[in-house]
Design a protein around this ligand. Structure first.
Ligand code: UGA
Length: 451
């Protein structure tokens, strides 16, 4: 919304939320305290807030004045009830649609921005149509325009998207939304489709991206025992234009709030429509991702002859990828859990993830099984020198640029022997470890000699 406000100064953009604390944070004069860390966002907010960009809890007034309402709420995987563990929870979509139906005046274009299962627009339309029956002054057009931005590069992705989708039937509404986007996006990048294609394209894009990561991670495990190098393989296959070079970095498995959720959603939809084989096909992408995390924690434990109890292991990076403080579904969570349950003492460092965030995840009631009898522990650290002191292993989980500058020959002197580095992102050059006495494992390359 801040990008719309930036490129459409004549349009008033109002962001509403029922959560007062959240809105207060978005209104915080200190833009370093915004609820989301995203490069460039603070500058846009500083520039446009209270000019044509507003944050408020006054939902009624904002909706009643709006010509276009974007529904951009969470659609997490359902934890209970029908479809639990797979289907998306649409309760926030539903309650947003109910608010729009209640407070809208005149004609309102309602745009589905959240990632939703195919045919969610039908639910929104139904809720809105019911309110029309009670009030003949209200009319609605429902469009789908999913968001393809990635965290960490959100502003750049929004300013220069590969494409924008508008799915719908009402040509006039499509034209209005298209005009809005055209303020900064070339017309040929705006694709108009039917509602259902637009909804399904978003899920499919994420499923294909996730599948690509599971594919490269699967091959990484085959590289390790055979002597192949995943970086060389990725470069070789990526040079084929039909495959393309992007999204071929092997790692500890994909994280983030979207890939797994959207895959589970597709799997649920396929089973709903009786497409069991298709569901199983996509489920394998999720299972491979789980397996990649498991095999990494297992090989770490096995490197210490089957026990990491009382070992000091330093986790470098807890965010699901670099340039974000988001930890949702981060591979660091599963790997840390496994290591703590095996008795390790973890020292966790991340340039953006706070101790409070770690506390919420790692100290959650049932996070560690049999916690009372568990010898493992975790400590937050923002001091790499202290973390490395007497450490048995360094485990790189997020590819923060900070970790590229570690002076391994200096740092290794403070580590306990036999010392290990496990590079799950493949960002460290073997040559940086020469002469250090550090044992080294790198994803897609395996165990390497360091001296
Ligand atoms: C993803 C999509 O890339 C966006 O297009 C989409 O809009 C967004 O989900 C969404 O649905 O909201 P995001 O989850 O922010 O964006 O992050 P990605 O850059 O896609 O990374 C996802 C995960 O894959 C991360 O854990 C990342 O480290 C991992 N990854 C990515 C790899 O392991 N290897 C790669 O080569 C690329």
């Amino acid at each position: 919304m801040s990008v719309i406000a930036e490129y459409c100064p004549e349009i008033k953009v109002t962001v509403v939320d029922v959560n007062k604390d959240k809105i207060n944070s978005w209104n915080n004069m200190d833009c370093s305290k915004l609820p989301v860390y995203e490069k460039g966002l603070d500058l846009l907010i500083k520039k446009n807030r209270n000019k044509n960009l507003f944050f408020t809890t006054d939902i009624k007034k904002s909706i009643s004045e709006a010509d276009i309402v974007f529904i951009s709420v969470n659609t997490p995987t359902k934890k209970r009830g029908l479809g639990a563990g797979y289907a998306s929870d649409l309760k926030w979509i539903e309650s947003s649609a109910r608010m729009v139906s209640e407070f809208a005046c005149g004609h309102t274009i309602v745009v589905e921005k959240s990632t939703v299962p195919v045919r969610t627009a039908e639910l929104i339309k139904k809720i809105l149509t019911n309110s029309i029956n009670n009030d003949s002054n209200k009319t609605f057009s429902v469009l789908s325009s999913p968001e393809f931005l990635a965290e960490g590069t959100a502003i750049k992705d929004l300013e220069n998207p590969d494409r924008v989708l508008i799915g719908g039937e009402d040509q006039s509404a499509i034209k209005q939304l298209s005009f809005l986007y055209q303020k900064w996006i070339p017309k040929e990048k705006i694709f108009v489709t039917n509602l259902w294609s637009s909804e399904l394209s978003k899920l499919t894009a994420n499923a294909f991206l996730a599948q690509r990561i599971s594919s490269i991670n699967a091959i990484s495990s085959l590289c390790e025992p055979t002597g192949a190098d995943i970086k060389e393989v990725a470069k070789a296959i990526g040079a084929d234009k039909r495959i393309g070079e992007k999204f071929l970095n092997a790692g500890p498995g994909f994280g983030g709030s979207c890939f797994q959720k959207d895959l589970l959603n597709i799997i649920y939809l396929c089973r709903y429509y009786g497409l069991e084989e298709v569901a199983n096909y996509w489920e394998q992408v999720v299972l491979l991702n789980e397996w990649q995390k498991k095999r990494i924690s297992k090989l770490i434990i096995e490197s210490f002859f089957g026990t990491v109890a009382f070992k000091k292991l330093v986790i470098l990076g807890f965010a699901f990828k670099s340039n974000t403080n988001d930890t949702r579904e981060s591979p660091a969570i599963a790997i840390s859990k496994e290591l703590i349950e095996n008795g390790a003492n973890l020292y966790i460092h991340d340039p953006q993830v706070s101790e409070v965030q770690l506390n919420d995840i790692l100290n959650e009631e049932n996070f560690i099984s049999n916690r009372d009898n568990c010898e493992g522990s975790w400590t937050y650290t923002n001091d790499l020198d202290r973390a490395f002191r007497n450490a048995d292993a360094i485990i790189i989980i997020t590819e923060w640029s900070e970790y590229l500058n570690i002076n391994w020959s200096e740092m290794s002197k403070n580590m306990r022997q036999p010392a290990w580095v496990f590079d799950t992102r493949g960002i460290i050059n073997e040559s940086d470890l020469f002469g250090t006495n550090i044992n080294f494992w790198k994803v897609g390359k395996g165990f390497l000699e360091s001296s």
